[in-house]
Structure formats: structure tokens, C-alpha cells
Design a protein around this ligand. Structure first.
Ligand SMILES: Nc1ncnc2c1ncn2[C@@H]1O[C@H](COP(=O)(O)OP(=O)(O)O)[C@@H](O)[C@H]1O
Ligand SMILES: [Mg+2]
Length: 628
């Protein structure tokens, strides 16, 4: 892996280490927990009860020993034994109930966080997805949500029950013999101080492992998609990809081994220290007992209690670190939730008026938003985000497509044609000026109304890795079988699909990779037809096709354009000859406008494009420009 990428990863992780956990975060976690407060209360009460039971048994065991030593009769001994048995059963039952409660709490929280993050990410503008690395985002939805749940159910509840157990045990021990208790605890600092350091070390190791896991999942999601894998096969260096992956996976293994060893040293030290303390209790207790200052039963109680004291103590010693590192997961989730979608629906948003709809651009200027407005450094896996504003891509673009008219956009690659198209469905919002649909500013329309009114075929007709039927139904879930075949016929796909062994149930492969370019494009046109939009946008819908495919797609497009308001971006001028209005776009400006004949007569840029396309090779197959 490249050095820079390592360094940026490192930066991102360090930045996270230093950031203090704010009160605001804690308050927010509280808000997340609020719907579960009854369960949480029950959980806490049960934890306290369990701690009481845990202390009661050693005390009763001491009583048994005393009863034996005193010779106070079999009745007492049996009775005490029965109580101990009942307590053991009760402890088991409470433990089950508590486990159920904490699972319900934890899983409920996972559900809540997951659905909230999913809904939020879905509302993010396209700009966010053009920057974010999918793997990093998915990892945040999985690993961090689970980390947050752990903070909530395991660590926080562990702290509560450990604290209660510790205080009760300590109080009872002091009640029996404060001298012995104090002496038994002398060894504590020897143990707790290194324990805290080890806890911190563990947290650091775990965080590093999490970062590597996220990076590996990014690499996998990017490389193991049909286009990604194709690219690696054509240009990539599989050996290097493997080496990079292996290096990361190897580091995760090393961390795993380190973490296991640190943990084991920790547990061993704990066992040794508590065994030493136990020896101290036996020695001192025995001494006091022989001198008649302490009952034999008290010594047994103390010894049993002590074994229950060190575990919560050590857990608490490292709890701060654990809680902190687990809360970091919450922060990482909140960080995503806090990213306001730049393109959002207004509360007052309405719908496009019924009837034929016009499209209007009114002095629209636009620059692609800078990274810090739409994205998170940690999701792009860079140390800091680009704050420079984008270069202005559109300059005061104004035009109008009357209902039923077709407006064509032509011009060199990179002129801004696709950008104009993307402003209509609000994939981005204009910076200045207004884009209107049916006379209403698109920013005052609901997304649903825009989706109903507008149909768009993009340059790379995207399909989901599902069946043809499911891909079509995306546009209109309630469509009938007849509707589907009708649009397939109009998109000139019916015979092909009828001839497939699985027909409509054929899986198209990831991003439609199992269909040819022309078939894929016609399927996206069928999908558009199913939605019956009043306005269609075609962004170089035929750019990638050979002339046979193009003929079929052209026929399909003819159906799509029939009686609709249309904005057509075409690199083949033959397609736009019939347009009511042709706009020539260069460097984000409309440099010429008029009909085909007007523009030829003008003898400007359009005439030039026309000449290069038709004069050199008088077929309609010569592309005007490189695809893009
Ligand atoms: N998502 C994006 N972020 C930043 N700049 C972009 C983005 N998409 C396109 N651009 C830039 O905007 C300009 C216009 O692009 P585009 O509208 O796609 O051109 P056309 O469709 O006419 O070929 C180009 O300079 C391109 O590099
Ligand atoms: Mg384009």
C-alpha cells in the first residue's frame, strides 16, 4: 500500500484519539436510550439484586462453618444449605432475565441506529456518494453500530453491576473485619495501575484493527464488483492488490495475537494477585481466629468475598478506557447523522401542476460543491477535506422547453451538458437562478412529485443486481404483467426477453453486466416508459452503442419522446436535427441557440460540429466527440 494512504489513515485515527467526548454526545446517547428506559430500569434493579445475592452466599457459607464449629445443631446447617440453594436458583433466574433484558436493549439499539443511519444516508445527495468510499460507509453501518451497541449494553451495564457488586462486597468485608480487608487490598495498586495501561493499549490495538477492517472492506467492495474486477484484470496488478490486502490482513492477525496476549497477561496477573490476597486472608484470618478475635466462619466468608472482589475491581480499572473507546463508535455514527443533506425537501414542498409540463432554466449558475460541504474525511479515507469551492461549471444558463417540445444540448465533452441534466431531478441544486418544472421551482417540489414527472436515461444505464422484473418495477411497483410486456415491446426488448430461459426473472448481473450495452440501455428506457413521465431527459443514451443497437435504441427512444417534453443530450447530431430548439454548450455557457436550419445558416460552432461529423465520413456512425 502506498505510503500516503497509510499516513492519511494514521492521521484520521489519531485525530479520533484526541477528540474529547463531549457532553453533547452523552446527552444524545441518552436520547437514544430514552425509548428503552423501562427496560433499562428493570435491568439496573435486577443487577443490584444479583449483586446482593452474590454477597449473601459467602456470608451464609460463613454461618454454616460457625454452626459446625459451635455444634449448634443439624437443623441450622440444613436450613442454611437450603437457603443457599434457593439463592443459587434465584441468581440463575435473575441472570437469565438480565441477559434477556440486555440483549433486547442492545439489539433494539442496533436496530434503531441502523435504520436511522440507513434512512439518513439514503437522503444524502449524489455528491456525497461520488466522494464516499462505499466500503467505509458500509463498515460504519455494521462495525460502528455494533460497537455503539456494545458501549451501551455491555460496558455501561457492566460498569453499573460491577460498581454495585464492588461496593456491597467491600462494605460487608469491612463489616466482618476492616483490618483484614484493608490488608487484603494493599496489593491492589500494584495491580490496578498497570491494568489501566494495558486497557489503553488494548483499546488502541482494537481501534487500529477496526481501521484496517474498514480499509479491507473498502478494497473488497470496490474491487469485487463487475466493473472493478474488469478494471483490475485489464489494468490492475492483481499481485500488488493481493500483497496490499495480505499486508493489512497480516497486521490484523498480529494485532489479534498481541491483543490476546495482553489480555492473557492481564487475566494471569489478576489470578496471581487475588491468589496472593487470598493467602493473606487465610494467614491473617487464621491468626486472628486462633487468638479468638474472629470466628472461623468469618474467615471463610472473607475468603469467599475476596474472590468476588478482584474481578469487578479490575473490570472497573479498565472500564474508563473501554467506555471511551466504545463511545467513539457512537460518535462515528453520529458524525454520519450530523451531515446535513445539501439537497433536501422543503416542508412546504408541493407537486407539479397537472397537464403538460414545461422545463425552464432561468439564469442558472452552478459549481460542484466542495468536499467539506458534502462529505466526511473519514469516509473518503483522507486526512482532511478539500475546502476549495468547485470551479463554476455553468454560467447563467437560460432556456425553455415548452410542453411537448424537444430541446437538444450539443457541445464538446466536459462542456456541462450532463450537469444541466442533473439539475432537473435535483441530483444537485443550482447556486444561482432557478430550474423550473411545470412552472414551479424544483426546490419547491416534493421528491416524489419530481420522480413522477421526470424520467431520465443516464449515460451508464444503471441496473441493480436483481431480475429484469424487479429492475422494471423499481419505476412503478404496482405495474401489471401486461404493463411490463407493453413497455418491453415499445423498448424493442420483448422478443429478446421472451427468448430467455428465465424470461422476466433473468438476473441482469451486477450493474447489468450480463446484458449488452444496447440491451441494458433499452431496459432502462423500458423502465422510464413504465413510469410514464411527462418530461424525459436523455443523456447520451446512444453514445456507447454500435449502429445496429443504436437503431433499436433509437426506435425505443422515439417511443419515449412521443408527446413528452424532452431534454436530449446527443453527441450524434443526426438525433437532434428534429429538435424544436438546439443549444450549443461550450465551457458552461450557451453559445448558440436555434433550430438545425437556423444554426447551419449562422455558420458558427454548430455548423463546424456538423461539418466535422458529416463531411469527413458521411455516415451517422462517426461520433462527434470521445464518449464521456
Ligand atoms: N461530480 C462532479 N464533481 C466535480 N466536477 C464535476 C463533476 N461532474 C462533472 N464535473 C465537471 O464539470 C464539467 C462539466 O461536466 P459534464 O456536465 O459532465 O460535461 P458533459 O456532459 O458536457 O460532457 C467538467 O469539467 C467536469 O470535469
Ligand atoms: Mg456528459
Amino acid at each position: 500500500m502506498e505510503v500516503t494512504a497509510w499516513m492519511s489513515l494514521h492521521h484520521a485515527m489519531n485525530a479520533q484519539d484526541r477528540r474529547p467526548l463531549s457532553r453533547a454526545t452523552l446527552r444524545r446517547i441518552g436520547r437514544f436510550a430514552r425509548p428503552h428506559r423501562r427496560m433499562l430500569a428493570a435491568f439496573l434493579v435486577f443487577s443490584v439484586l444479583m449483586a446482593v445475592l452474590a454477597v449473601a452466599t459467602p456470608v451464609l457459607a460463613g454461618r454454616v462453618v460457625d454452626a459446625i464449629v459451635d455444634g449448634s445443631g443439624t437443623g441450622t446447617v440444613v436450613w442454611l444449605a437450603v437457603v443457599i440453594a434457593v439463592l443459587a436458583l434465584a441468581e440463575g433466574a435473575l441472570g437469565l432475565a438480565n441477559r434477556w433484558l440486555s440483549s433486547r436493549l442492545g439489539e433494539g439499539l442496533i436496530l434503531q441506529l441502523r435504520t436511522t443511519v440507513f434512512d439518513h444516508v439514503q437522503r444524502m445527495p449524489v455528491a456525497f456518494f461520488t466522494r464516499t468510499r462505499t466500503g467505509a460507509l458500509v463498515s460504519r453501518l455494521n462495525n460502528d453500530v455494533i460497537g455503539a451497541q456494545r458501549a451501551f449494553s455491555d460496558t455501561l451495564s457492566g460498569v453499573v453491576s460491577n460498581l454495585v457488586t464492588l461496593l456491597l462486597t467491600f462494605a460487608v468485608m469491612v463489616g466482618i473485619s476492616w483490618q483484614i480487608t484493608l490488608l487484603a487490598l494493599v496489593l491492589l495498586p500494584v495491580f490496578v495501575l498497570p491494568a489501566r495501561r494495558m486497557g489503553r493499549k488494548l483499546a488502541r490495538l482494537q481501534r487500529e484493527a477496526a481501521a484496517h477492517d474498514a480499509a479491507m472492506s473498502t478494497q473488497m467492495t470496490e474491487r469485487f464488483s463487475a466493473p472493478g474486477a474488469t478494471l483490475v484484470k485489464l489494468f490492475g496488478r492483481p499481485a500488488r492488490e493481493s500483497a496490499e490486502f495480505a499486508a493489512r490482513a497480516g497486521r490484523v492477525r498480529d494485532i489479534g495475537v498481541r491483543a490476546a496476549m495482553v489480555q492473557h497477561v492481564f487475566v494471569t496477573a489478576l489470578t496471581v494477585v487475588s491468589a496472593l490476597a487470598l493467602a493473606l486472608v487465610y494467614g491473617l484470618g487464621g491468626f486472628f481466629s486462633l487468638r479468638g478475635q474472629l470466628d472461623a466462619g468469618a474467615v471463610v466468608s472473607l475468603a469467599l468475598l475476596l474472590t468476588r472482589l478482584y474481578a469487578p475491581l479490575t473490570a472497573l480499572a479498565s472500564a474508563r478506557v473501554e467506555v471511551m473507546s466504545a463511545l467513539v463508535s457512537f460518535e462515528r455514527v453520529f458524525e454520519v447523522l450530523d451531515l446535513e443533506p445539501l439537497v433536501a425537501e422543503r416542508e412546504t414542498a408541493g407537486t407539479v401542476p397537472d397537464g403538460p409540463a414545461a422545463v425552464e432554466f432561468d439564469a442558472v449558475s452552478f459549481a460542484y460543491p466542495s468536499a467539506d460541504k458534502v462529505s466526511l474525511a473519514s469516509l473518503e479515507e483522507v486526512a482532511s477535506l478539500d475546502t476549495r469551492g468547485g470551479v463554476q461549471v455553468l454560467h447563467e444558463v437560460s432556456f425553455r422547453a415548452e410542453p411537448g417540445q424537444m430541446v437538444a444540448l450539443v457541445g464538446s465533452s466536459g462542456a456541462g451538458k450532463s450537469t444541466i441534466a442533473q439539475l432537473l431531478p435535483r441530483l444537485y441544486d443550482a447556486d444561482e437562478g432557478a430550474v423550473r418544472l411545470g412552472g414551479v421551482d424544483v426546490r419547491d417540489l416534493t421528491f416524489e412529485s419530481i420522480r413522477e414527472t421526470l424520467g431520465m436515461v443516464t449515460q451508464d444505464g444503471h441496473l441493480f443486481h436483481e431480475s429484469i422484473r424487479e429492475n422494471l418495477l423499481l419505476a412503478r411497483p404496482e405495474a401489471t404483467e401486461d404493463d411490463l410486456w407493453d413497455v418491453l415491446r415499445r423498448a424493442r426488448l420483448d422478443t429478446l426477453i421472451a427468448s430467455l430461459p428465465d424470461g422476466l426473472e433473468t438476473i441482469v448481473g451486477e450493474r447489468g453486466y450480463r446484458l449488452s450495452g444496447g440491451e441494458r440501455q433499452r431496459l432502462t428506457i423500458a423502465r422510464l416508459l413504465l413510469n410514464r413521465p411527462r418530461v424525459v431527459i436523455l443523456d447520451e443514451a446512444t453514445a456507447h452503442l454500435d449502429s445496429t443497437s443504436e437503431a433499436a435504441v433509437q426506435e425505443a427512444l422515439g417511443e419515449a419522446l412521443e408527446g413528452r417534453t424532452a431534454v436530449v443530450i446527443a453527441h450524434r447530431l443526426s438525433t437532434v436535427r428534429a429538435a424544436d430548439l438546439i443549444l450549443v454548450i461550450e465551457a458552461g455557457r450557451i453559445v448558440e441557440r436555434g433550430t438545425h436550419d437556423d444554426l447551419l445558416a449562422l455558420n458558427g460552432r454548430y455548423a463546424e460540429l456538423h461539418r466535422t461529423q458529416f463531411d469527413q465520413r458521411p455516415t451517422s456512425e462517426t461520433p462527434l466527440e470521445p464518449v464521456g
